[in-house]
Design a protein around this ligand. Structure first.
Ligand code: THU
Length: 158
């Protein structure tokens, strides 16, 4: 028996973003510029919108002992959860590109970050809209992390 899982995503342009989304996009861009990525020179910024309207941003943080570093998305989500444990996350923007480029395609989140996003989406029992932004190009949008991590393991199996 064959089964199929389908995901859907939207392709949007920066010009189509509403005011709040533009702020998130700008925050992710700014966060990317502040990334600490001296080893890979691949800079990633992330910005979250909390239900209060507050925007939280973060970036990838690398380490000479490579595996000790952390991606932008987890740096940001963990900071948000540590400081606002009960606040729901409404939207998440991520933007990654090598240090010296001005244009780059949308770079999707790694598997570990997807798993972390799933954890908080399940915890808050509300979807998080995820925007995979780019420098000078399109933005991919999914309505839930479930679209980026179908067939996933979560707390319901424990
Ligand atoms: N990186 C992120 O920040 N997020 C991802 O989803 C993928 C990768 C970072 C980790 C590392 O600092 C650099 O990009 C190169 O892998």
């Amino acid at each position: 028996m064959n089964k199929e899982l389908r995901i859907s995503y939207k392709v949007i342009e920066a010009n189509d973003l509403d005011e709040t989304e533009k702020k998130l996009f700008d925050a992710a861009k700014k966060a990317r510029e502040d990334a600490y990525a001296p080893y890979s020179n691949f800079l990633v910024g992330c910005a979250l919108l909390l239900e209060s309207g507050e925007i939280i941003k973060g970036s990838n943080q690398e380490n000479a002992a490579y595996p000790s570093g952390l991606c932008a998305e987890r740096t940001t989500i963990y900071w948000a959860s540590a400081n606002y444990p009960n606040a729901k996350i409404k939207k998440l923007f991520v933007l990654g590109a090598p240090r010296d480029v001005i244009e780059y395609p949308p770079t999707p989140p790694c598997g570990a970050c997807r798993q972390s996003m799933l954890e908080y989406e399940a915890k808050q029992e509300e979807k998080i809209e995820i925007y995979i932004a780019s420098l000078g190009g399109a933005i991919y949008k999914v309505d839930s992390i479930r679209s980026l991590l179908p067939f996933s393991f979560d707390q319901s199996f424990l």
